[in-house]
Every structure is written in C-alpha cells, then in structure tokens.
Ligand binder design. Structure first.
Ligand code: GRF
Length: 214
C-alpha cells in the first residue's frame, strides 16, 4: 500500500521539516507538499533541496486575513493530502479549515501541554520554575495548542539552565517524536474519533511517552 501523503506547513527555520523528511522512509508516510506562509522561510530551501514543491502563500501578498485563509483552504483541497503537519507554522488557522481536517492535522508544540501553550515556552518554563519541560504532538483543534495530545517527550530543567540549552534539548526531542506520532496516525494505530483519541483501539488515557518506547 502506498504511504499516506503528508503536507507540511511551515513559516520559518524548518528543522522539524528536515527531521520529518529524514524519517519518512522509516516511519511510513511520504511528504508530497510543503506550504509556507513566508517566501523567505529557510524551510522553503529545505523543501526545494529535497525536490519538493514549496507552495508559498506569503501573508504579505494578501490584502486580508480572509483572503489568505481562502487561498490556503483551496490549495489544500487541490493537493488532497491525507495528513497535514504544522511544523512551526505561525498563522492561526480558521476554525472551518481546522474542522475540515479534524483528526488529520497535527501540530508540534515545545512544551508539555497543557502546560505552557503559546509562545516563548522555554523562557517561561525557566522563569516559572518548571522542573520538567518537553514537547508535545497533538491533533489540531480551533483553539490554539489545546487539541488532544498524542505523544510527548520530557527533559529535566536544571537549576542553572540557559534558555538556549533547554531549547536545543527540547528541539532534539521534537525531532524524535514528530515522525513517530505521524507514523501512528498514518498507520491508523492512533485515531481521533467522536472526541476521543484511540491507540490500537483503546481510548488513550494519557499521551504516549517517548521515554516509554514510542
Ligand atoms: C518548533 O519549536 C515547534 O515546536 C514550534 O515552532 C518551532 C519550529 O521550529 N511549533 P522549526 O521551524 O521546525 O525549526
């Protein structure tokens, strides 16, 4: 059976895109499209070097948010990916689009959700004295960073931790869990149905943990 086709949405550096590209053979999905909200995103160059189309819907080229939303929705309808991965995509998606792709759209977030939704998670983890920090892959829902979490990876926060060191450690964990979580959804092992996430047919009571072998 052919591997499920994955579209990756990016806005910036693209390290998760690179990790997803590197793991796709092993993890049973195939990235067929990259969509960027910025023409100058380094992620576009990563896509091109991998021989992939990078569809640029640069925010600056649209007169309104609504026009950009429509263009993205139409592009996704045309491309017909089976799964969508947000990988550092910095625009908030309209509810209708999120609902259209419910259960087939994933995001990676640099915190142990539900802790620390939003931006600057590493700084906030240190400032708020978190002992543990990490990354989460979740299904996307209309409210940002609140969808059901599929998989997490965690790391201890040292007393004298620098933001840079913590960010680098969490990013390395992101690169491990995102391909794994996508593999589970692509294979049907993880499904989100009727408001419940199932793993191998059983309701998933808490996120899968990289440290537990996923
Ligand atoms: C990652 O930390 C991801 O968790 C967050 O945005 C960042 C994107 O980094 N959503 P990159 O563009 O994948 O390098």
């Amino acid at each position: 059976m052919p591997s499920p086709r994955l579209a990756v949405l990016v806005s910036g550096r693209g390290s998760n895109l690179a990790a997803l590209l590197g793991a796709q053979g092993e993890r049973g999905y195939c990235i067929t499209e990259v969509i960027s909200s910025r023409a100058d995103a380094p992620a576009c160059e990563i896509a091109r070097q991998a021989g992939l189309p990078c569809h640029v819907l640069d925010s600056a080229a649209f007169t309104s948010r609504a026009a950009h939303d429509v263009a993205l929705a139409e592009l996704l309808e045309d491309l017909e990916p089976q799964l969508i991965a947000l990988a550092g995509y910095m625009r908030i998606l309209p509810d209708a689009l999120v609902e259209r792709w419910a259960g087939r759209m994933l995001n990676i977030h640099p915190s142990l959700l539900p802790a620390l939704p939003g931006l600057n998670t590493h700084q906030r983890a240190i400032a708020e004295g978190h002992r543990e920090h990490g990354a989460s892959v979740h299904f996307v829902t209309p409210k940002v960073d609140t969808g059901p979490v599929i998989m997490q990876a965690r790391t201890q926060v040292a007393a004298d931790e620098s933001v840079e060191d913590l960010a680098a450690r969490v990013l390395a964990l992101e690169h491990q869990i995102y391909p794994r979580a996508i593999e589970l959804v692509a294979s049907g092992s993880v499904q989100w149905r009727g408001g419940t996430v199932f793993h191998e047919g059983e309701p998933l009571r808490s996120p899968l943990q990289l440290e537990s072998g996923f």
